[in-house]
Design a protein around this ligand. Structure first.
Ligand code: HEC
Length: 148
């Protein structure tokens, strides 16, 4: 009896102390999202640079991934998530949310234009890849901390 209640107490204690799963934290979710964007961009860059044969389905999948990330990315910057989990999000996201939202909206618009174009050949991809990837640096410049 005594032993059982000790176990029960230990279990309650463990449940109470268990931190929220790191994978659910906004800092972690948004880093995973940007990793997906990085992967999708890398796949298209290989085609653009001629390191890989043009693959229309793969290009469309990459553009779609970026469009999907851009659609909800802004939801993962709640107050208080400016630090922790090695986030590289810059304080400007919270002090200048309108500016950040504008950059994100442009990013989404360019990704959507790419999806709508559904490039059939490499020239078609190049036409959307250039404008789309201008957004990366444009946003990172002000809204992502420089890695030291
Ligand atoms: C609207 C703003 C914005 C745009 C546009 C944007 N990024 Fe980011 N990106 C961020 C922010 C903010 C972070 C840091 C997030 C964090 O660490 O919490 C980040 C982080 C990253 C990371 C690091 C992910 C990791 O491992 O933690 C990569 C890779 C990345 N971005 C690639 C890209 C590429 C490629 C593009 C363009 C195709 C792009 N980003 C466009 C805001 C943006």
């Amino acid at each position: 009896m005594k032993f059982r209640s000790l176990i029960a107490l230990a279990m309650i204690g463990a449940a109470g102390l268990a931190p929220a799963l790191a994978a659910d934290e906004p800092q972690v979710v948004r880093q995973e999202m940007m990793k997906k964007v990085g992967g999708a961009t890398g796949a298209m860059a290989k085609m653009v640079k001629g390191e890989m044969d043009y693959d229309a389905a793969a290009a469309l999948a990459a553009l779609t991934t970026i469009s999907e990330v851009a659609a909800t990315y802004g939801d993962f910057f709640p107050e208080g998530s400016d630090t922790g989990f090695e986030t590289e999000a810059a304080p400007a996201i919270w002090s200048d949310r309108d500016g950040f939202n504008e950059k994100l909206a442009q990013f989404k618009a360019d990704a959507d234009a790419g999806v709508a174009a559904a490039p059939a050949d490499l020239d078609g991809l190049k036409a959307v890849f250039g404008p789309l990837t201008k957004n990366c640096g444009a946003c990172h410049e002000d809204y992502r901390l420089k890695k030291s």
